[in-house]
Design a protein around this ligand. Structure first.
Ligand code: FAD
Ligand code: PHB
Length: 396
């Protein structure tokens, strides 16, 4: 039997970051991850960090490569009906974003945690949580065919939407809110120069498209697709021609194409669980909430949860005060619901939902309004950079 202060389920960005911050604060933890380290580091997911996320990664001592290789973005483009408009994030909301892939963050964090042998147990199967309502919870798992047990003070459920942590809570103890969108995102990664220096979000009658990037030589592109579609139905040629068709001519003409390195389809969903704490069990990141990727909020919300929980644990082990831990759920949920609203709004504005031409005309009118009204652009910018720890600057 093992003993630790905090047992962390899941070595995604939230689990590894929490473990790294706790270690630097002198608090012991063990992370249990179902997958191998190679698998986790190869997953292509988020690409865009809010500045408060950048700051926490720096505070965790894993920001050196991120600062060297990340691309600072002061704005992004919104395109529709053969026109486009720049949202000046820096000018309107006083903050920039950083393009730095989630897989790179995972690599930096996994490497930092590898300095402490045993801190992360990769390929831990059949993880089970018990006694999380009592003072000394237990987590059991199988590693290299041996059943192991950890006794701890707290469990952090950082195991994503399909994890075991939320599933361990009896349904009558939680309330779940959910919206499933009637389409997915087909994503392609390719070693071609990005379309533009900044991200381009496009609303088109054929459906939404997003031109993002990972570096100056690597692009990440998405097109809205039917949920029933499979990756096999989308050859590279079909993808590039569909993406080109959804961009204003000015951009379409300069799109550089090439063989895909990765291609995947992700469904879009909004999901919030309340509360986010059950006795000694805390749900963190995607285990408690999911947003559609349109607003680039998922990873940033996970990092924000980690910040609140880490501070609560530091306070508890420093002074035995449970005040911050007691406030964890309410504090996290305040931010979660605002990001849920923003992600839903931006998704609704940018995607094709049906053949309803009235709805499409309303989208075009709202996009036109965004381009003409600094108040509207400001609201978008303020939400996009992250509603956070200081009031927005738009009203200044
Ligand atoms: P996860 O990353 O899901 O990590 C959970 C971990 O737990 C995984 O490693 C999993 O293997 C492990 N696990 C699961 N079950 C168990 C178990 N039973 N036992 C042990 N381990 C388990 N967010 C942004 O902020 N910006 C973006 O630009 C952005 N773009 C995105 C694009 C796409 C296509 C997608 C799909 C998502 C995007 N997101 C974005 C969302 C972001 O990737 C997630 O919000 C983020 O990964 C959440 O981190 P997490 O650590 O909470 O959960
Ligand atoms: C990405 O680069 O993967 C990305 C960027 C912005 C989003 C979603 C995904 O809104």
């Amino acid at each position: 039997m093992w003993s630790t202060q905090v047992a962390i389920i899941g070595a995604g960005p939230s689990g590894l970051l929490l473990s790294q911050l706790l270690q630097r604060s002198g608090i012991a933890s063990i992370v249990l991850e179902r997958q191998s380290r190679t698998h986790v580091e190869a997953r292509i997911r988020a690409g865009l960090l809010e500045w408060t996320s950048v700051e926490l990664l720096l505070e965790a001592g894993v920001g050196e490569r991120m600062i060297r290789e990340g691309l600072v973005h002061d704005g992004f483009e919104v395109a529709w009906a053969d026109t486009h408009h720049r949202i000046d994030l820096k000018g309107l909301a006083g903050r920039s974003m950083l393009v730095y892939g989630q897989s790179e963050i995972e690599r930096d964090l996994a490497e930092a945690r590898a300095a402490e042998p045993g801190a992360v147990v990769w390929e831990a199967c059949d993880v089970a949580l018990s006694d999380w309502d009592a003072p000394r919870p237990r987590v059991t798992y199988t590693h290299r065919s041996v059943r192991e047990e950890i006794r701890c003070d707290f469990i952090a459920g950082c195991d994503g939407f399909h994890g075991v942590s939320r599933a361990s809570v009896p349904p009558d103890r939680l309330t779940a809110y959910e919206r499933v969108y009637p389409f997915g995102w087909l994503g392609v990664l390719a070693d071609v120069p990005p379309l533009s220096d900044e991200l381009v979000y496009a609303n088109h009658e054929r459906g939404f498209a997003l031109c993002s990037m990972r570096s100056r030589g690597r692009s990440r592109y998405y097109v809205q697709c039917p949920l029933e579609d499979t990756v096999e139905q989308w050859t590279d040629e079909r993808f590039w021609s569909e993406l080109r068709a959804r961009l204003p001519r000015h951009y379409a003409a300069r799109l550089v194409t090439g063989p895909s390195l990765e291609k995947s389809i992700a469904p879009l969903r909004s999901f919030v669980t309340e509360p986010m704490r059950f006795g000694q069990l805390f749900l963190v990141g995607d285990a408690a909430h999911i947003v559609p990727p349109t607003g680039a909020k998922g990873l940033n919300l996970a990092v924000a949860d980690v910040r609140v929980l880490w501070r609560g644990l530091v306070e508890f082990y420093g002074s035995r005060s449970t005040q911050l831990l007691d406030e964890y759920s309410a504090r996290a949920l305040q931010r979660v619901w605002k990001a849920t609203r923003f992600s839903w709004w931006f998704t609704t504005l940018m995607h094709r939902f049906s053949e309803d031409r009235f709805a499409h005309r309303l989208q075009l009118a709202e996009l036109d309004y965004l381009a003409q009204s600094s108040a509207a652009a400001c609201s978008l910018a303020e939400n996009y950079v992250g509603l956070g720890f200081e009031p927005g600057r738009c009203q200044e």
